[in-house]
Design a binder for this molecule. Structure first.
Ligand SMILES: Cc1cc2nc3c(=O)[nH]c(=O)nc-3n(C[C@H](O)[C@H](O)[C@H](O)COP(=O)(O)OP(=O)(O)OC[C@H]3O[C@@H](n4cnc5c(N)ncnc54)[C@H](O)[C@@H]3O)c2cc1C
Length: 238
């Protein structure tokens, strides 16, 4: 990183979550340092390999197929599975409501603006028991994007490189975050290992040879280090 580049936000992870956060923050004119333990070949993370099925509620594709869907029905379906009936379910419940509002009212326009297109039919993933009062999706909501996972990832990767050219984003690969720097209960930076570079193709296992250490500071830190199969050591430690 050039010494003069002082990020407003550090994001851990160049998967779809990290790239989306970076896009939003750099669009707002703020500077982002994006770190990932993997090589640049792996930019986009799991989403590159995914089926690229996007969850949308009351989309044009659903309406064309005569599928009647709504925010209210999707929330009922989600509650049918998750329950949200314990005290500790408060924030997951709020997250579900916010995500469903996004999926019902904003997401189609958001991804369309990025150039993501969909196949005409809508799939029925996480179908559950097929009723509106049981668990799972009571109607089809799985919209397969053109190009599947690669089609979803591409615009976000392109935006990252554009932001890098504008000087708003720096990406550092082979930077494995091992610690958050906490001051007054707030994450104010990260520390970790610099791993030896590796020229293996995307998806192949890379080495874990530590060649140096790093430490970066910013007023905000976002952890976007993945879900399925991801290392949650960072979250557990902090
Ligand atoms: C085969 C397959 C098919 C799928 N199909 C679908 C689908 O059709 N629809 C759907 O909605 N979802 C699907 N998914 C799930 C979806 O792809 C993932 O949930 C999503 O891509 C996760 O994105 P992410 O950015 O949160 O995490 P990831 O893509 O896992 O990215 C996390 C990044 O963080 C980095 N990282 C982790 N720890 C550290 C650390 N300590 N320091 C630095 N970097 C770190 C990792 O190297 C990685 O690059 C599928 C997944 C797979 C594998």
């Amino acid at each position: 990183m050039e010494e003069k580049f002082q990020p407003d936000v550090i994001i851990i992870g160049t998967g779809l979550a990290g790239l989306t956060a970076a896009m939003e923050i750099t669009n707002a004119g703020k500077k982002v340092l994006l770190l990932d333990q993997e090589t640049e070949q792996n930019i986009g993370g799991q989403a590159f390999w995914s089926f690229g099925g996007l969850f949308l509620v009351n989309s044009p594709q659903q309406r064309k197929l005569g599928i009647k869907d709504s925010y209210e029905l999707a929330l009922q379906d989600w509650k049918g599975t998750a329950g949200f009936d314990r005290e500790e379910d408060y924030w997951p419940g709020k997250w579900a409501e916010a995500y469903l509002k996004f999926a019902a009212y904003e997401k189609y326009a958001y991804v369309s603006k990025l150039g993501i297109k969909f196949m005409f039919m809508v799939g029925w993933a996480e179908r559950g028991d097929g009723s509106a009062t049981g668990h799972g999706n009571s109607v089809p909501r799985f919209h397969v994007s053109w190009g599947t996972g690669t089609g979803v990832v591409k615009p976000f990767v392109d935006k990252a490189y554009e932001a890098e050219k504008k000087g708003l984003l720096q990406m550092k690969f082979r930077h494995r975050v091992t610690d958050l720097i906490i001051e007054n209960n707030k994450a104010k930076g990260v520390k970790g290992d610099i791993l030896e570079n590796d020229d293996k193709e995307r998806g192949a296992e890379t080495n874990r040879n530590v060649i140096s250490r790093f430490e970066y500071h910013a007023s905000h830190v976002i952890i976007a280090s993945g879900g399925i199969g991801a290392n949650h050591e960072l979250v557990r430690k902090n």
